[in-house]
Design a protein around this ligand. Sequence first.
Ligand code: FAD
Length: 460
Amino acid sequence: MKNKQQNILIIGAGLCGSLLALRLGQRGYNVTVFEMRPDLRKTDISAGRSINLAFSDRGNKAMKLVGIEDKVKALCIPMNGRMLHDKEGNTFLSNYSGREHEYINSISRGELNGLLLTEAEKHDNVTIHFNKKCKSVDFEKTTALFQDYNTKKEFVEDADAIFATDGAGSAMRKSYYLGKKFLFSFSQDYLTHGYKELSILPTKTGDYKTYKNALHIWPRGAFMLIALPNLDGSFTVTLFLGYDEGEYNFNNLTTPEIVTEFFQKEFPDALELMPNLVEDFFDNPTAPLGTVKCSPWHYKGNTLLMGDSAHAIVPFYGQGMNASFEDVVEFDAVLDKHEGNWETVFTEYEKNRKKDTDAIADLAIDNFHEMKDHVGQAIFQEKRKIEMALEKEFPKDYSSKYSLVTFNEHIGYREAMLKGRAQDKAILNMLSDGVISPTGNMKDILNKVKQETEAILEDD
Ligand code: FAD
């Protein structure tokens, strides 16, 4: 029990930090959390970044671990597939899986974060302080410097171990970098695209204006629009667009006329549902999209980066939050083995986990190109048809890359990436060589895909 008397400090009460506080609280640690923003359950602030998110099996594994799966389910709207919209307004639903029980969910960031905070606070040994911003971390002394938002007073907190779950701009990661006391490698790559959130409001009677149970995509090659449903009948719409490339970009969409012209030309069916477009467009910020990779995540047994602070990724696989939740599950498993020795726990956790978070970072970039461009191409649609049929007819024998990443929480992202990429290559090669077709015999196709995938994996 000695270790359970330890004081744990968590910086950031976002999705990962509040889940980690809940889990460590359940394990009996004295947990203190400092969050720079006000309590989102009491203040009318956006929870930061996207309003809703795609929540799937890896995230749900964490909810099962902390025993709140049912409460989270009540916040979820199932999305069975991608609803693709072409320029003429035709739609095509492409399911995420051939297995009926496999789908992703739309969930409100604020509601989910609020639930995790409430569940964490049910434990007497967990305390959460709001409006306290971490300015830096002394990772040798295991102390953190904070500033109170209201009084502006600074204070130092001491702990046995400090966890930074303060997101992509992590203050602790900056302290690692600036401290120059150990070899710390860091990369941050921005896309030339940014994003802006818009909305499709409910009808006057509170209904959804378009099909509820799908993730809507308007793929246009160099840019795209997506929409995810909310429980109140609205959709949160996100425009992903270049900052300064192409005929229309964030830098030249500067007047209501040009914005309307752009939507009229590219997304006419969406525009019909968005009389509030111009207002949203000029009220809401445009934000960048980047990937952060760094190592090591820990300093001795004193401090550890988790969630986006260790591995921020672009949102195109819908996995950033799910990966951050899975971090907590993986960490908990290592804690089962080595509890009592933070340095061993941190070292082993990073050794197990980093290969997988590097993989999902790369997969997320791949999916950016897939969503904005490939999904609209005929060969890609034929590939998806074959994969759906294989998953339906041989549910135990075949899983597409998307299914391996999203629905198979029993394998790591890296394994899913290697197998999934090899399968993609195999199917696309055989389709373009005319070796297989969506109307062929599925058992025969399954065997060919398996053989070709094995050969590609061996060559790599
Ligand atoms: P965050 O959620 O960023 O939380 C960090 C917390 O720390 C915040 O509460 C912040 O206020 C606080 N904080 C920051 N700095 C300090 C400081 N110095 N002191 C104290 N507190 C601090 N993921 C998915 O799985 N599915 C999706 O569909 C999806 N869609 C996305 C769409 C967009 C547009 C974006 C940008 C991201 C999306 N993500 C998605 C990724 C997801 O948002 C992140 O991976 C997730 O929020 C990471 O959680 P976190 O707790 O590590 O970081």
